[in-house]
Design a protein around this ligand. Structure first.
Ligand SMILES: N[C@@H](CCC(=O)N[C@@H](CS)C(=O)NCC(=O)O)C(=O)O
Length: 203
């Protein structure tokens, strides 16, 4: 089994944190995204989506996208559960994971790719206005999370889950890309300090 990833980027980090929480070691290969290594014929033969992370199993199956990769490891190594235990917990975790993936991770990366130099020569098609619109969405999602975290410890409820992992990686990326968490988002900042102190955060 091999995990294709790139250490500096936010989506591969989601899988590394997930694996660290479960205590799973996987062989990794770095794919140098800024130099375009993910868009070569050789890498497209592994992942036609031309993105990292991508997990190649020993039977030849390849799985791209953070959530399906995480789902594979959750099924293989159920403890500790990171995607909910009961049907209602599983649905709530999936709901928050998706809200944050769309409203924070995808919005922040869209801002980065469209309204900043992004990946430089790998960004021939940019719509600055679309990038700025996504910046607004990032701040709206920060506000939503701040309200939600007023009366709970974790994004999807009482337990740490994949929704926290997506939020951590997306928020750190948004901050890096110039969208600082407003000081008024005290609950979100408290949550961020808490989850950043877990050893998995530095995976
Ligand atoms: N939704 C995908 C996002 C994967 C993704 O976009 N990864 C970035 C690195 S953070 C990438 O490979 N970008 C390549 C590009 O923009 O050309 C997932 O969950 O894995």
């Amino acid at each position: 089994m091999k995990l294709y990833e790139f250490e500096a980027f936010p989506n591969p980090r989601r899988v590394r944190v997930f694996l660290a929480e479960k205590g799973i070691e996987v062989d990794k290969e770095q794919v140098d995204v800024p130099s375009g290594a993910h868009r070569t014929e050789a890498f497209r033969a592994i992942n036609s989506d031309a993105t990292v992370p991508c997990l190649a199993l020993d039977d030849g199956t390849t799985i791209s996208q953070c959530v399906p990769i995480s789902r594979y490891f959750e099924a293989k190594h159920p403890e500790p559960p990171l995607m909910g235990k009961t049907p209602s917990e599983q649905a709530e975790v999936a709901m928050w994971q998706r809200r944050v993936e769309e409203g924070l991770m995808n919005a922040a990366t869209t801002y980065y790719h469209h309204a900043t130099p992004g990946l430089g020569k790998l960004e021939p098609f940019q719509i600055k206005e679309w990038g700025e619109k996504n910046r607004e969405r990032v701040f709206a999602t920060m506000e939503l999370l701040d309200k939600t975290l007023a009366d709970r410890n974790y994004v999807a409820g009482d337990d740490y889950s994949i929704a926290d992992i997506t939020t951590l990686c997306a928020l750190d990326f948004a901050n890096y890309a110039g969208m600082q968490t407003p000081d008024s988002c005290k609950n979100l900042k408290r949550w961020h300090a808490n989850v950043s102190a877990r050893p998995s955060a530095s995976a």
